[in-house]
Write a protein of this length. Structure first.
Length: 619
C-alpha cells in the first residue's frame, strides 16, 4: 500500500512565514534560546525532587531524562510565578548536585559531575563504552510517562509523537502493537472496542476523552455484544492505557483496564515562545475504493449482493484520504485550541500474501468457512468503509496561578460500513453482501477544574463534569420492530437509538511528611447516569410489543467512592493500599410479553357460499 503523509505546522500569520523560517534563521535558533522565549505559570512547592521534576514536566510539556542510572533524591526549592522553563528548572535543581542541558525544545538532560565523561561520549579505562540508563521523570499528561514507570501498576503511555509515528487508517490503529491490548472489529463499524488482557465490553474497559465517556453497546448476533467509542486520531494529544483495575475515580467499574485520551493541547500546535499558530496535516493512501451505494430499505436480500472488485485505484484516485487543521492561541490567562478533521476510507483491498495461514480445512480436506475463504488475495473487502467529520473546541482559563479550568466540546459525525459476523461465518459468503452504511453522531462536552494552592500540600483538588449525547443508526439487530427491517425479513433490522450520558468525578490528593516517612492520601468519588431509548421517529406497533420486537430502552445510574494511601519510608521504597465502594442500579422499560394459555369452550362458525345454498359448509 502506497501512502503519502504531509504535515505542516506554522506559528504566525501564514504558511509562507513557516516556509521562510524553515529556509532561513529558524534552524539557527538554539534550544536554549527557544526555552528562554517561553514562559509558564509555575506552582511547585518544596517537595521531593523527583516529584517536583514531574510537576515541571506537567506544566511545560518538557520531558526530563537522567543520563545516568543514579538516583534522583533530595528536595527541591519552591518555584512560584510566571517564568521561563530554564529559570524554573534552575530553581528546582538549586539544592541538588545535578546540572542540566536542553537537548532540544522538548527534552532536557540531567547529569552530575560523575556523568560528564559518559555524557561527552568518553570511554572506560579498559576501552569499553558504557551505555547510560535513561530515567524518565515526567510527561505532558497527569497520568503520563512518569506514572507509567514509577507507580506500582501495569500501564502504557503514548505521546503525540508515538501516535503519529505510523499512519492511522482508523482510530483503532493508534493502539496497535501494544502488549496485552487489542481492538475488536478495527475495520468494521468504525469504533474502538478495546480488549485488555482478554477483557472487553460492557464498560469493563472504559474509554475516556478529556474525561468524558461516550461508548455505546451494540448487538452483534451470535458474536455477542460490542462496545464502541469514537475519536479521530488527528485530535489526540496523548493517551494512557492502564491494565487491570484502577483506583482513580474516573475508572469506576473498570475491571479490565481503562484508556484515557487527551485531545490536542497548545503545545501540540505552537512552537516554543509563540502565542498563536496553526497546524495542517494530510494523508493519501491507495488502498480504498468507494463502496457500492445501498438505500436504507430494500425489497429483498438479493439487493445486498455486490460484484467484488480486484483492482485498486491509484493513489490520487483512491477513496482513502484524511486531513485536519488545528489552531491554537495562548496568553497568561487563557489558552484556546480549535481543530477540524475529516477522514475517508473506502472499502479496502485484502493483501496478496499470507492468505494460506488463515485458511481452515476439515480432516477430509474440505475448506471450512472463514474470512480467508470469503475473500481472495487482493479482493475488495466489503463493509469496511468509513467517512468521518470531527470538530474540537477547547479553552483553558487560569484566573490565578493556583487554579485552572478547562472547557472542551467535541462533535463527531461518521458513516460506517458494517456487517453482522453471522453473515461471514454462517455461509462463508460475506464477499457477496454490501450493507447500507450506518451512522453515528456525537456531541460531547466536559469541564475540568484543578486547584492547587502554593503553600498547602494537603490540597490538590480536581473536579470533572461531562455530558455526551449520541445518535446512532446501525444495522445490528435480528428481531427489531417491523418498521425497521432492512427488507421483509427479521434477519436484519435497523437500530436507531438516542443515548444520553451524564457523569462527573472529584478527587483530592494530600501529601505530608513525618519522621517516619512521606505519606500521600487520595480520596475521590464519581457518578454516572445513562438513558437510552429508540429515536422519536421509530414506530413500534402493539404487534411488535406482543412479539417482543423491541429496541433497548432503559436507564441506569452508578456511584463510586475510592481511596488510596501511599507510604514512602525512603525514596526507593513505597507501599500503598486502597479500596473502592460502588453502587449500581438499572431499569428496563421493556416488559417482555409472555404467552398465556387457558381452556375455553370451542366456538362454532358456519360458512356457506351464499343465501339459499346449503352445500359445502365449513365449521
Amino acid at each position: 500500500m502506497k501512502t503519502i503523509r504531509t504535515a505542516f505546522t506554522a506559528s504566525g500569520v501564514s504558511l509562507i512565514a513557516l516556509m521562510s523560517a524553515c529556509a532561513g534563521s529558524a534552524f539557527a535558533q538554539t534550544a536554549n534560546a527557544a526555552q528562554n522565549s517561553a514562559s509558564y505559570n509555575f506552582n511547585i512547592p518544596s517537595k521531593p525532587l523527583l516529584t517536583a521534576l514531574a510537576d515541571f514536566t506537567a506544566t511545560t510539556g518538557i520531558q526530563v531524562v537522567r543520563q545516568n542510572g543514579g538516583a534522583i533524591s533530595g528536595r527541591s526549592a519552591p518555584v512560584v510565578g510566571r517564568q521561563s522553563p530554564e529559570a524554573a528548572l534552575k530553581r528546582v535543581l538549586g539544592n541538588s548536585k545535578l546540572n542540566y542541558r536542553f537537548v532540544d525544545s522538548r527534552t532536557v538532560s540531567l547529569f552530575s559531575a560523575d556523568d560528564a565523561p559518559a555524557a561527552a561520549g568518553g570511554t572506560a579505562p579498559d576501552g569499553s563504552t558504557k551505555l547510560n540508563m535513561i530515567t524518565i521523570t515526567g510527561a505532558s499528561s497527569v497520568n503520563g510517562a512518569a506514572a507509567v514507570y514509577s507507580e506500582p501498576r501495569s500501564s502504557v503511555y503514548l505521546s503525540e509523537e508515538q501516535i503519529n509515528r505510523y499512519g492511522a487508517v482508523s482510530s483503532a490503529d493508534v493502539l496497535k502493537g501494544l502488549p496485552g491490548v487489542q481492538v475488536g472489529d478495527s475495520r468494521n463499524g468504525g469504533g474502538l472496542d478495546v480488549n485488555i488482557r482478554g477483557i472487553q465490553g460492557q464498560s469493563r474497559v472504559p474509554v475516556t476523552v478529556d474525561g468524558s465517556q461516550q461508548s455505546l453497546n451494540v448487538y452483534r448476533g451470535y458474536a455477542g455484544t460490542q462496545q464502541r467509542s469514537y475519536i479521530d486520531p488527528d485530535l489526540i494529544s496523548d493517551m494512557t492505557i492502564t491494565k487491570g483495575p484502577d483506583l482513580t475515580p474516573a475508572a469506576a467499574g473498570a475491571i479490565g483496564g481503562s484508556v484515557s485520551m487527551t485531545t490536542l493541547r497548545k503545545e501540540d500546535i505552537l512552537k516554543p515562545g509563540q502565542t498563536f499558530g496553526f497546524r495542517l496535516k494530510g494523508e493519501l493512501w491507495d488502498n480504498g475504493v468507494k463502496q457500492a451505494y445501498r438505500p436504507e430499505y430494500l425489497n429483498g436480500s438479493e439487493e445486498l449482493t455486490a460484484n467484488v472488485r480486484d483492482s485498486r485505484p491509484n493513489i490520487f484516485g483512491s477513496a482513502a484520504k484524511s486531513g485536519s487543521a488545528a489552531f491554537a492561541f495562548t496568553s497568561d490567562y487563557v489558552d484556546v485550541v480549535a481543530a477540524y478533521a475529516r477522514r475517508n476510507q473506502g472499502n479496502y483491498f485484502s493483501g496478496k500474501h499470507g492468505r494460506d495461514q488463515y485458511r481452515k480445512f476439515s480432516s477430509s480436506g474440505y475448506e471450512e468457512n472463514s474470512v480467508a475463504k470469503s475473500y481472495k488475495e487482493g479482493e475488495e473487502v466489503l463493509n469496511s468503509s468509513a467517512q468521518t467529520e470531527s470538530l474540537l473546541l477547547k479553552t483553558t482559563i487560569r484566573p490565578t496561578d493556583e487554579q485552572e479550568l478547562e472547557l472542551s466540546y467535541r462533535y463527531f459525525d461518521g458513516r460506517f460500513g458494517e456487517v453482522m459476523p453471522s453473515d461471514i461465518f454462517r455461509f462463508g459468503t460475506a464477499g457477496l453482501y454490501q450493507y447500507p452504511t450506518g451512522s453515528m453522531v456525537i456531541n460531547s462536552g466536559s469541564a475540568r477544574y484543578h486547584y492547587k494552592p502554593v503553600d498547602n500540600e494537603l490540597i490538590d483538588f480536581r473536579a470533572n463534569l461531562w455530558s455526551t449525547g449520541a445518535k446512532s443508526d446501525q444495522i445490528n439487530s435480528t428481531n427489531g420492530p417491523k418498521s425497521q427491517q432492512v427488507y421483509k425479513s427479521p434477519d436484519r433490522t435497523w437500530v436507531r437509538m438516542d443515548d444520553v450520558r451524564i457523569g462527573g468525578d472529584a478527587s483530592n490528593r494530600s501529601e505530608f511528611t513525618t519522621s517516619a516517612g512521606a505519606f500521600a492520601l487520595d480520596l475521590g468519588g464519581s457518578f454516572q447516569y445513562e438513558d437510552i431509548r429508540p429515536q422519536k421517529d421509530v414506530f413500534i406497533s402493539e404487534h411488535d410489543i406482543n412479539q417482543n420486537r423491541n429496541l433497548r430502552s432503559g436507564y441506569r445510574s452508578e456511584v463510586s467512592l475510592s481511596g488510596k494511601l501511599e507510604y514512602k519510608p525512603q525514596d526507593n521504597l513505597q507501599f500503598w493500599a486502597g479500596g473502592r465502594y460502588g453502587r449500581y442500579s438499572s431499569h428496563d422499560r421493556n416488559a417482555p410479553s409472555i404467552a398465556r394459555r387457558e381452556n375455553v369452550l370451542g366456538k362454532w362458525i358456519a360458512v356457506s357460499k351464499g343465501p339459499g345454498t346449503y352445500g359445502n359448509m365449513f365449521w
